[in-house]
Design a protein around this ligand. Structure first.
Ligand code: HEM
Length: 485
């Protein structure tokens, strides 16, 4: 039940219905749908138009990439806040080999192993790897705030000098380099740039990410090129082997302590290292590449008045903590916390989730109950669920920075799903919720804190990037009140 009773649906307890929708003609319709998804309609319209056409938020549709990369593009899509959480329930859905959806990248890209993100919790290795990650993050918890502050204060100093010289500064580009250094520093205390990788880490990482995600993106090239190149066949893994090996060497040396711990959990050293690489470069770095521009763009667009409120809150909490950014100070920042959750609600960095029905299931939307057969693929497009007007009301599609403030506001947190679970739930070795959940929210808050300790306000141009939002700072106004931090 939600605070407004919005989870109770019309026929919630009725006889299950057939899921409406159509897969069309094999191959032909899946390719036509892929073109709609990438070029003719775009992601949001692709799903919204099908919800409208069938008058239901649970529908049968094809999802990209389809032929010839995916064996079967047919899914049952769950597109509202009530039906979506079936994907979190590992008693109902199997999560094996479907992290990227209906296709799976070659394991040649991950040292021959199926890494944690592709494992179902019923597979014994899942718990061991996830435990390794929980232990690593816990052991480094005191490193996160100082590492973030040191790397991102230099980023902002660069932003200022670029604005002076060129009138603007590309945040994504700076973030790509800074986030890579920050994560290496925070997790292992070893700067990637000080290793044999030198300054090549972010480019090698980006190339390896593309080899796994190309079926799901467009580069803005003509479709006649992109369709055969990106969306029909896998790019050959041998072309990225050297880059991967260089990244692996960094982890093997820098993460020696974490690898020792992994061996004591019963993992082989090389399997643990491939998993650490994946969790750091794909999950963490890939996540921050999308997350931080997303938060920045929403805060930029919220305008000067909202900036003043954030600055006041941030500076007061830090002053109370003796001029230090501490966990306790961050906990007091209600508006900052809310703004980060609101950005995660509107722009979840990972938009697609999948799960295969373990048994015959009944899935409830707001309006009806639907029957799904064992073995069918369930799919959620998260922005449809987290912008559900039946939960978030008339402002569901808008950025309301203080939406989650106060007792009433915090009741809505259970409808924030970015971590593959409710924001009110916790990741564990038994579920598939993101083990980086707390760290991600912390990093989002630290970005806001760094901005408003330094600036009274700022402006930025916002556009779209390969995987999310592109942001260019156009002006910053240095802080006029409060102590120097
Ligand atoms: C799983 C999102 C950062 C490690 C997931 C899933 C999502 C997600 C949606 C579930 C995927 C699925 O099963 O369908 C994000 C976002 C991040 C982020 C948006 C940043 C903005 C991190 C960080 C770590 C991490 C910092 C570091 C440990 C993982 C791992 C899994 C996972 C290992 C698989 C969990 C399992 O198998 O139980 N993440 N994540 N992620 N994430 Fe994150």
């Amino acid at each position: 039940m939600n605070p407004n009773g919005m989870e109770s649906g019309g026929e919630g307890s009725g006889v299950p219905r057939e899921v409406p929708g159509s897969y069309g003609v094999p191959y032909v319709s899946a390719i036509r749908d892929r073109l709609d998804f990438y070029y003719n309609q775009g992601q949001d319209k692709y799903f919204e138009s099908r919800v409208q056409k069938y008058g239901s938020t649970v529908v049968r549709i094809n999802v990209p990439p389809g032929p010839f990369m995916a064996r079967d593009p047919r899914v049952v899509a769950v597109l509202d806040a009530k039906s979506f959480p079936v994907l979190f329930d590992v008693t109902k859905v199997e999560k094996k080999d479907l992290f990227t959806g209906t296709y799976m990248p070659s394991t040649a890209l991950t040292g021959g192993y199926r890494v944690c993100s592709y494992l179902d919790p019923a597979e014994p290795t899942h718990a061991k790897v996830k435990q390794m990650l929980f232990s690593l993050l816990a052991s480094r918890k005191d490193a996160f705030i100082p590492a973030f502050r040191s790397h991102f204060s230099s980023l902002l100093a660069t932003v200022e000098s670029q604005i002076l010289l060129a009138g603007k500064s590309d945040f994504n580009k700076l973030n790509d380099a800074t986030s890579f250094e920050f994560i290496g520093d925070a997790y292992f205390g070893v700067l990637p740039s000080a290793s044999e990788l030198g300054a090549t880490g972010p480019a090698k990482a980006a190339k390896w990410l593309i080899w796994q995600l190309h079926p799901l993106v467009t580069l803005g090239l003509p479709r006649i090129l992109e369709e055969p190149l990106l969306h029909t066949f896998h790019l050959p893994p041998f072309l990225v082997k050297g880059d991967y090996k260089a990244l692996y060497n960094y982890f093997f040396a820098a993460a020696a302590k974490a690898l020792d711990d992994a061996e004591s959990l019963g993992l082989k050293r090389d399997e643990a290292c491939h998993n650490l690489l994946f969790a750091t470069v794909f999950n963490s770095y890939g996540g921050l590449k999308v997350l931080l521009p997303g938060i920045l763009s929403r805060v930029a667009a919220a305008g000067e008045k909202f900036h003043q409120r954030l600055a006041k809150e941030v500076r007061a909490a830090v002053a109370d903590a003796g001029g230090k950014v501490t966990m306790a100070a961050l906990e007091k920042m209600e508006l900052t916390k809310s703004a980060v959750w609101e950005a995660l609600r509107l722009d979840p960095p990972v938009k697609f989730q999948y799960g295969r029905a373990k048994t015959d299931l009944s899935i409830e939307s707001h309006d009806a109950v639907f029957a799904v057969k064992k073995g069918e693929m369930l799919f959620g497009y998260q922005p449809c669920a987290t912008k559900d007007p039946r939960v978030f009301g008339a402002t569901a599609a808008e950025f309301v920075g203080d939406r989650f403030v106060g007792e009433e506001g915090s009741k809505l947190l259970r409808y924030v799903y970015w971590s593959n679970g409710r924001e009110t739930d916790s990741p564990s070795v038994a579920n598939k919720q993101c083990p980086g959940k707390n760290l991600v929210v912390l990093v989002g808050r630290l970005l806001v804190v760094e901005l408003f300790l330094r600036y009274d306000t700022f402006t930025a141009d916002v556009g779209t990037d390969l995987l999310g939002t592109k942001v260019e700072f156009t002006a910053v106004t240095k802080a006029t009140s409060g102590p120097e931090f």
